[in-house]
Design a protein around this ligand. Structure first.
Ligand code: PEP
Ligand code: MG
Length: 885
């Protein structure tokens, strides 16, 4: 097996094998860009190592061959005492996992070759600094020496020198630090720092393989839904140095602003530094534009390379580069991560530039990004206290209590607190706290710092590089401008402007929501215009209809403004709450048929009024009204409450009256498993007149609307059907009621009668059920509940946390449809339902109807529409369009 690829051998299509970084290094090499020579060890080698606990036998000799080729290209030998070739060893998985895995630089340095590096560079400070970096990185990542041990020694040396700046340390200081580091290394590891360059290389490669299963990498993969079995590739690359003096430096750049999508060149540059310094955000960078003054030739070359890369990849690229004594080197490129707003703006810009078409642009954005753009912003009209300005690293408006370490953040969040994680800078160790926090605030680092990159990836609000903040982690506080903010004080951070405020600031809606609401025009700003264009294109492309779940006229109207093409689920149970609850009680407690009829008769006009309102809001569009579904005792007071009331009354010698009757009823109606009990169609069959009343209310409302010149399109839906006989019985009665209303009113009421498919048996006998149903709507909430046997009301708190942690599933099946299991039932029901009734209309109204991944599933399953909550309607429209593309 070929486990090692020279950069000149691969290309960008080989991300599976070479990882993203390796594939793109190969692509840049192919494009003739100045890439330091090197090679990639494949993900296949990593998988073999992780499975067998040992490297594949052929790997070592393949590395030797590849190394020999690099040595030949460079005219140097790895670790040669006279003139050492040095290499970096970096991870690079198929999907970018920023900072999650290991990197070791300066492999090849040892007690001898440090002299060679001194001689060749003419800079002994640089050589010793490189050596100390190697021991520090290697010690920490390969041999698991605690990083603080090294940092402590370094800080000590700086303190002795009376400085805080690494650059004030001279060669002799660094040499002493190397000695100290070597001691630290052997004390912690039990043997000396390896001097053999080849041994260094092999140990580093193995450490990268192992880092695939590091705790933080596992956590990140789960968050980002990256499959655990992919493994990482390892890139071994000739070192070039940005820390060889003022004519050297390193930077990160984007071909467009990844925060706003604005065209132009955007980036951070740090002179006389190595790449890790920029990414870690340890020192503050200067804007890339300043490089033009510092080194015009390199700047111009960089600009032309960036233009070439953007043209080649046809998308925003981010790059890492290093300038070594005036010579530019490209260390990395990839299609860059970007904020949600930038994704929409860039996609449409590229269309305008003629680079891609609208179909492709639609694939460059997604529903999760659109959902993010529908987040609210701060309302600053109250003139809040402004604490500091930072960089707008990741948009959104976050409010929470300041906390200063990852552990506190997770603790407080678990206790239900909203927190903002405040750090000087973040490292991969802070990841759990970043996940738990509402937002992240740092005092150091640019838009490409760890905090910024990770927050953007998670869609979490982040302000970074707020330099005015003096963050005191040990003291759990920060000070700025004479003010002190302690742990627990509430702050507000605006990731779109970079501003930090004291206290809780009210939030206002997003312009994208206002556009959907119709209160701002489609050309109001670049972002709104981009959203308008792409969602319109999605509407033109999609095969799925998009409806909404709404039970009030108000929700229906909003959803309609958001683009809903009807109601897919109007839950009628909400219409029995509030002051109507008493009527339901009367119905439940009725002793005689007459009392029951009276209660229903009192409910009828109220229900009719609700339906009139909804039909009016959705005029001309279908409205699926579902007959009452939950167990009736949900409308009665809770057992404990009643029992206490009755006991209290009796103790005081009073008559508990009605409470006593209610208590008896609650006892009588008690079920061990109410979700599997008397609910849905079963209620309709057991309680005479209940469904009839609802059907009559629907029909009479429709008549009223027709008489008023409206165009109601009623669809009557029966819940929880498991057998066609249930549906047939209800259907016959419903048809009789419809006929009666038509005769009495003289108005013909066209209404479809159909059913939910939410009991597994219904899905598996869909062919029979379709004989009696004019439409199906998948209730994937109950279908998931009953298919998995997971109580939808209990699992999230009880054990889903553990399930997610252990990777039993990557996401809750109540959130994203379980395509293999529950989805299989959906497919069976679609096929058998349509076979029995070719014009059967099929939709879904469970929560999954608004979940991006699930929308794609329903598209491919051939449904006619999805139905979701009003706010998710735009997301569903966009994803339905993408699914069809
Ligand atoms: C469902 O079960 O998916 C559904 C839409 O009904 P409900 O959530 O009301 O049970
Ligand atoms: Mg249901």
């Amino acid at each position: 097996t070929k486990y090692v690829y020279d950069f000149a051998e691969g290309d960008r299509s080989q991300k599976d094998l070479l990882g993203g970084k390796g594939a793109n290094l190969a692509e840049m090499t192919k494009l003739g860009l100045p890439v330091p020579p090197g090679f990639t060890i494949t993900t296949e080698a990593c998988r073999a190592y992780l499975t067998n606990g040992a490297e594949p036998a052929e790997l070592s000799s393949q590395i030797s061959d590849a190394m020999a080729a690099v040595e030949q290209a460079m005219g140097k030998q790895l670790g040669d005492p006279a003139d050492p070739l040095l290499v970096s060893v970096r991870s690079g998985a198929k999907f970018s996992m920023p900072g999650m895995m290991e990197t070791v630089l300066n492999i090849g340095l040892n007690d001898q070759s440090v002299a060679g590096l001194t001689a060749q560079s003419g800079d002994d400070r640089f050589a010793w600094d490189s050596y100390r970096r190697l021991i520090q990185m290697f010690g920490k990542t390969v041999s698991e020496v605690p990083g603080e041990a090294f940092e402590h020694a370094l800080d000590g040396a700086k303190a002795a020198k009376g400085t805080k700046n690494d650059l004030d340390l001279d060669a002799a200081d660094l040499r002493a630090i190397v000695d100290a580091y070597k001691k630290i290394y052997s004390e912690h590891v039990g043997h000396d720092f390896p001097q053999d360059p080849r041994e260094q290389l092999e140990m580093a490669v193995r450490a990268v393989f192992n880092s695939w299963n590091a705790e933080r990498a596992v956590l990140y993969r789960r968050q980002e839904r990256i499959p655990a079995e992919l493994g990482t590739a390892v890139n071994v690359q000739t070192m070039v140095f940005g820390n060889l003096g003022a004519d050297s430096g390193t930077g990160v750049a984007f071909t467009r602003d990844p925060g706003t999508g604005a065209q132009g060149v955007y980036g951070d540059y740090l002179s006389n530094a190595q790449g890790e310094d920029v990414v870690a955000g340890i020192r503050n960078t200067v804007p890339l534009q300043d490089l033009e003054q510092l080194d015009k030739a390199s700047y111009d070359q960089l600009m032309s390379i960036m233009a070439k890369l953007e043209g080649h990849y046809q998308d925003l690229c981010d790059i890492e580069f290093t300038i070594e004594r005036g010579k530019l080197w490209m260390l990395q490129t990839r299609v860059g991560k970007r904020t949600a707003a930038a994704a929409f703006i860039i996609a449409t810009q590229l269309v305008d530039e003629g680079v891609i078409d609208l179909d492709e642009a639609l694939q460059r954005v997604n529903g999760a990004q659109l959902a993010q753009l529908m987040f609210p912003h701060f309302d600053l009209s109250g003139n809040p206290t402004h604490l500091a300005n930072g960089l707008s690293a990741s948009p959104g408006a976050a409010v929470g209590k300041a906390v200063f370490d990852s552990g506190r953040a997770t603790e407080q969040a678990a206790a239900g607190q909203k927190v903002i994680l405040v750090r000087k800078e973040t490292t991969p160790d802070d990841l759990p706290g970043m996940i738990a926090a509402e937002g992240i605030l740092t005092s150091r680092g640019g838009k490409t710092s760890h905090a910024a990159v990770v927050a953007r990836g998670m869609g979490k609000t982040c302000v970074c590089g707020a330099e005015a903040l003096d963050v005191d982690i040990a003291g759990q506080k920060f000070t700025t401008d004479g003010q002190t903010i302690n742990e627990g004080d509430v702050i507000s951070i605006d990731g779109s402007t970079g501003k930090v405020y004291l206290g809780e600031i009210p939030v206002q809606p997003s312009p994208v929501v206002q556009y959907f609401e119709g209160t701002v025009a489609a050309d109001a700003d670049t972002l709104v215009a981009a959203v308008h264009r792409l969602i319109s294109h999605a509407d033109g492309a999609r095969k799925l209809g998009v409806r909404t779940n709404a039970d009030t006229g108000e929700d229906a109207s909003r959803a309609r403004r958001f683009g809903a093409e009807g109601i897919g689920l109007c839950r009628t149970e909400h219409m029995f709450l509030g002051d109507r609850r008493e009527l339901v009680e009367r119905l439940i407690l009725a002793d005689t048929e007459q009392e029951q009829e009276q209660a229903l008769a009192a409910l009828l006009p109220l229900q009719r009024g609700d339906f009139v309102e909804i039909f009016e809001a959705m005029d001309g569009q279908p409205v699926t009204v579902r007959l009452i579904d939950p167990p009736l005792h949900e409308f009665l007071p809770p057992l404990e409450e009643l029992a206490v009331r009755v006991a209290l009354a009796q103790e005081r010698g009073q008559d508990p009256g009605r409470d006593k009757t209610l208590l008896a009823a609650v006892h009588r109606m008690h079920e061990q498993n109410p979700m599997l009990g008397l609910r849905g169609v079963r209620l309709g069959l057991v309680i005479p007149g209940l469904f009839d009343m609802q059907v009559r209310a629907i029909a009479e409302a429709a008549v009223e609307r027709i008489k008023a010149g409206g165009d109601p399109k009623a669809e009557i839906m029966v819940p929880l059907v498991g057998a066609v006989q249930e549906l047939e019985t209800v259907r016959q009665e419903a048809e009789a009621v419809l006929k009666d209303v038509a005769e009495r009113s003289g108005v013909d009421v066209p209404a479809l009668i159909g059913t939910m498919i939410e009991v597994p048996r219904a899905a598996l006998t869909a062919g029979q059920i379709a004989e009696a149903a004019e439409f199906f709507s998948f209730g994937t909430n109950d279908l998931t509940q009953m298919g998995w046997g997971f109580s939808r009301d209990d699992v999230e708190g009880a054990f889903f946390g553990r399930y997610l942690e252990q990777g039993i599933f990557g996401v809750s099946p109540f959130e994203t449809i379980d395509a293999d299991g529950i989805g299989r039932m959906v497919k069976i029901a679609v096929a058998e339902g349509r076979a029995a009734r070719p014009d059967l209309k099929i939709g879904v109204c469970g929560e999954h109807g608004g979940d991006p991944e699930s929308v794609h599933f329903f598209h491919h399953a051939g449904l006619d529409y999805v139905s979701c909550s009003p706010f998710r309607v735009p997301v569903a429209r966009l994803e339905a369009g993408r699914a069809a593309g």
